[in-house]
Write a protein that binds this ligand. Structure first.
Ligand code: AHM
Ligand code: MG
Length: 337
């Protein structure tokens, strides 16, 4: 039994330091946390409650949806549409934005989310997660449009993820550092277990899907080759490699012990006219906000992700994030000689 600070208490205490805070934001975060608890419970019960497998539908990106993708999306909508804090929501699993239905009051925030990231892992019982980002709605939220969502990542009010792993965790930033909370299943509360998470600036561990190696651009090839060359190579040290194919689990490892995560631009994506693999508004931006708040870096290769001006709701970008010195090295490799 843990007697520490609960996530609810933590958010309320943070709100006390914000002049003029109405409690709206605190209440919105609480609803997001509730949604994550419900998803955690479904993920946990898996095959026992018949939630594994394909839904036989496709999302806007042409990816086959898992049952749990669809269910998690519904959970997020139901938990967050009624309370009057939001103007609209946007999700990986919905083609268009979801304006708050007329029977509910509308509020001043926008919520974007990937309800079940890494869902290719769900059927094989490997960690998955939820990623979310909260923005202010420019027009106050009454008639929110897709354009209102197209804000640079630097404008995020809060970002977080839930990791459904051996334990369920929520990691959160409101722009004042990063804190991690673990779900105590006995009392149904998230408890602050990882205060002030920071990413070591140096690392000897990298994560990339090496099956794409033949498509990589020269700077990423060079970086990975130098890691693989180990002690005898230019880095003068041996490196370790991991690839979980769940960005949430990957970022969580990096927040815990450092590392670098890459889903870079490659020639295969270029040919298809695709800007990258991961989506800017509900994957790259919230993760970049968290990583930077923990002292790490996050770039496309040539640019800071948080400064990109989004052009569309489901825009994809290349992502290279993690330990600061490694991110800077890779940025350097992308500069013209
Ligand atoms: P998803 O949102 O459809 O689950 O896709 C995002 C996931 C990330 O979590 C992960 O880093 C990546 O896709 C894995 O891609 P790949 O299967 O190419 O290794
Ligand atoms: Mg995703």
């Amino acid at each position: 039994m843990h007697n520490g600070t609960s996530l609810t208490q933590f958010i309320i205490e943070e709100q006390r330091h914000v002049a003029g805070a109405t409690g709206d934001f605190t209440s919105l975060l609480n609803d997001v946390v509730t949604a994550c608890k419900v998803i955690s419970n479904m993920v946990n019960h898996g095959a026992l409650v018949g939630v594994l497998g394909s839904a036989d539908t496709e999302n806007v990106q042409g990816e086959t949806q898992k049952k749990m993708d669809v269910l998690s999306n519904e959970v997020f909508i139901k938990s967050n549409e009624w309370a009057g804090h939001l103007g609209a929501m946007a999700s990986e699993e919905m083609d268009e934005i979801y304006p708050i239905p007329r029977q509910y009051p509308r509020g001043k925030y926008l919520l974007t989310f990937d309800p079940l990231d890494g869902s290719s892992n769900i059927d094989v019982n490997v960690s998955v997660g939820t990623i979310f980002s909260i923005l202010r709605c420019p027009g106050g939220g009454q008639e929110a449009t897709e354009r209102d969502f197209l804000q640079a990542g630097t404008q995020q009010v809060a970002a977080g993820y839930a990791l459904y792993g051996p334990s369920t965790m929520i990691v959160l930033t409101t722009g004042k550092g990063v804190n991690g909370f673990t779900l105590d299943q006995n009392i149904g509360e998230f408890i602050l277990t990882h205060p002030k998470m920071t990413i070591p600036a140096d690392t000897r561990e990298f994560a990339i899907n090496a099956s794409n190696m033949r498509f990589w651009e020269p700077p990423v090839r060079r970086y990975v080759q130098e890691c693989l060359d180990g002690k005898e190579g230019p880095r003068g040290d041996d490196f370790n490699m991991r690839w979980i194919a769940s960005m949430v689990a990957e970022v969580h490892r990096i927040l815990t012990r450092g590392g670098i995560f890459m889903y870079p631009m490659d020639s295969k994506m270029k040919e298809k006219g695709q800007g990258g693999k991961l989506r800017l508004l509900y994957e790259a931006n919230p993760m970049s906000f968290i990583v930077e708040q923990a002292g790490g870096g996050s770039i496309t290769g040539t640019e800071r992700i948080l400064e990109l001006q989004p052009e569309s709701l489901h825009q994809r970008v290349p992502v290279i994030l993690g330990s600061k010195n490694e991110v800077e090295r890779i940025l350097g490799y992308h500069q013209p000689a």
